[in-house]
Ligand binder design. Structure first.
Ligand SMILES: Cc1ncc(COP(=O)(O)O)c(C=O)c1O
Length: 495
């Protein structure tokens, strides 16, 4: 019998097995070119103490823009080829390497689609990079307050109904911003949201800081590009193995002007990108293309094993899983995120984080009042996950399990918007104690976990409900973020 070969697949694999940027760097080093360019450490020789620790190769490839290595400002060589391969692997039309994090990608998505005064629909639990982009663009947010799960105390993803309602009320909106998945792994019904947006020809911008791996496994939530979204910013450095601060901006379709995207990207993107970061992204893309599914299958299995063990054998701890699917704001979830709820032990997530770190040398990704979030990745093994479960078991056995009544977290109502974030940011301000700022327009944000939703944003009017809520959170030991005052006792208000 003749063996039929799939030549298209073979050509694709041949292309994806290349790492053009990593290769260009290795070739440059191999050639032994004499450096009379920056960086001044010249292959690590100018900083021997550091080079001895981090290794010669990292310093060797810490290079700069030059003809052999292409330019991020106007890619046409090795960077361009690496970006094209990334676009192909992630199902996008175009990919842009980011060497200053997903923040640059989020800002670029807003710069590309919004101008001063333009409205856009955005969940209230969006990352602070969205707030900075609003300040820079002068865009006007139409907030959707996401559901908060009573027991877990966390903000959920957007629902399609919430988006439909917002678009009906604001058909003039110039973009819809969606988070896929949330920090805690909750995924929205993205395909449906894209359909709704397409009816109004509004581009969908997706914050996939926590979703770079989604595309590579069928049992993970759907990725932005698969769902037909127009733009997505992905933290490849979080869950795909590339180095911290390397991220990707993906675009597809005709709603977004590709050349203009490059222009807006260059508004904030560095002109001196880190080549080690970008090369790690080139290699991480290749690894995911060839081994993503296999590696993620192992990751998901490990995480599900831990989830089962904790839920069945560790009294007082609870990790959500399939039971959340179908709850408001959880269309799908990412099983690699182990969100361990500690409420029934009578301790806070902050305390659990401290006990794991001090007693077991384990550092988790995030903690809040009720949960610690442990991220299981393709770097984990049965041993590491077993040790995590062991540590949690040892800690939990020291506490009496309590009967936790549902204590709903009542968020204060959304405050009224008086100024656009940009107007508030640039207005003349003064700093006052939060207690004395009732009824005033603030120029800063106040945010805390739980539930990771800003209580107030620049340009909004501070209410007594919000002041009381901040006090309650502080008494419970929660960190409040957003003010220049590190203790969040003072807030800037508009004079
Ligand atoms: C939801 C979300 N969006 C965007 C970002 C920004 O990503 P980066 O830190 O890569 O700039 C983060 C960072 O944690 C995030 O959690």
């Amino acid at each position: 019998m003749k063996i039929r070969r799939d030549y298209t697949r073979m050509a694709l694999e041949r292309r994806q097995s290349r790492t053009p940027l990593f290769d260009a760097l290795r070739n440059y080093v191999k050639e032994g070119v004499m450096s009379f360019h920056v960086p001044g450490h010249k292959h690590g020789k100018g900083l021997p103490e550091f080079t001895r620790f981090v290794g010669r190769n990292v310093m060797n490839i810490d290079l700069t823009i030059m003809p052999d290595l292409d330019s991020i400002y106007k890619p046409h060589g090795a960077i361009k080829s690496a970006q094209d391969l990334a676009a192909e692997a992630f199902d996008a039309d175009y990919a842009h390497f980011l060497s200053n994090g997903t923040t640059a990608g989020v800002q670029c998505m807003l710069f590309t689609t919004l101008g001063p005064g333009d409205k856009f629909i955005v969940p209230r639990n969006a990352h602070k990079s969205v707030i900075s982009a609003m300040i820079l663009t002068g865009a006007e947010p139409v907030y959707i307050q996401p559901y908060v799960d009573d027991y877990l105390g966390i903000a959920m993803a957007l629902t399609a109904d919430e988006v439909r309602q917002a678009v009906r009320q604001h058909p003039e909106a110039k973009a819809i911003f969606v988070i896929n998945t949330t920090f805690y792994g909750m995924a929205p019904e993205l395909e449906r949201i894209v359909e709704i947006a397409q009816d109004y020809e509004i581009p969908v911008l997706v914050d996939e800081a926590h979703g770079a791996h989604l595309k590579f496994h069928p049992s993970l939530p759907m990725s932005a590009m698969e769902a037909g979204a127009d733009m997505a910013a992905l933290s490849t450095h979080k869950l795909l193995g590339s180095m911290t601060q390397s991220s990707l901006l993906l675009t597809r379709g005709d709603l977004v002007d590709h050349d203009y995207t490059k222009t807006t990207l260059n508004l904030t993107q560095t002109t001196s990108p880190s080549y080690p970061l970008m090369a790690s992204l080139d290699v991480a893309r290749k690894q995911m293309f060839f081994r993503g599914q296999e590696m993620l299958t192992q990751t998901i299995n490990l995480s599900n094993w831990a989830r089962y063990e904790i839920n069945n054998n560790v009294p007082g701890l609870y990790v959500y899983g399939n039971d959340m699917v179908g709850q408001p704001g959880c269309y799908e979830y990412d099983p690699t995120k182990l969100c361990v709820n500690v409420r029934a032990l009578g301790i806070s997530g902050f305390e659990m984080e401290r006990l794991l770190r001090q007693g077991f040398h384990i550092q988790v990704d995030l903690s809040d009042l009720y949960n610690v979030l442990a991220v299981v990745t393709m770097a984990d093994t049965k041993e590491t996950v077993r040790y995590l479960v062991h540590a949690l078991t040892e800690i939990a056995r020291k506490y009496q399990v309590q009967d936790v009544r549902e204590k709903p977290i009542e968020l204060p109502p959304l405050p009224a918007i008086a100024y656009l974030p940009r107007e508030a940011f640039y207005a003349e301000t003064k700093r006052v104690p939060i207690e004395q700022a009732r009824g005033k327009i603030v120029a800063e944000m106040l945010m805390a976990y739980p539930p990771g939703i800003p209580l107030i944003c620049p340009g909004e009017i501070l209410t007594q409900d919000i002041i009381d809520h901040v006090r309650m959170l502080k008494e419970a030991d929660a960190q409040i973020y957003g003010t220049e005052d590190p203790n969040a006792e003072y807030i800037k208000i508009i004079r």
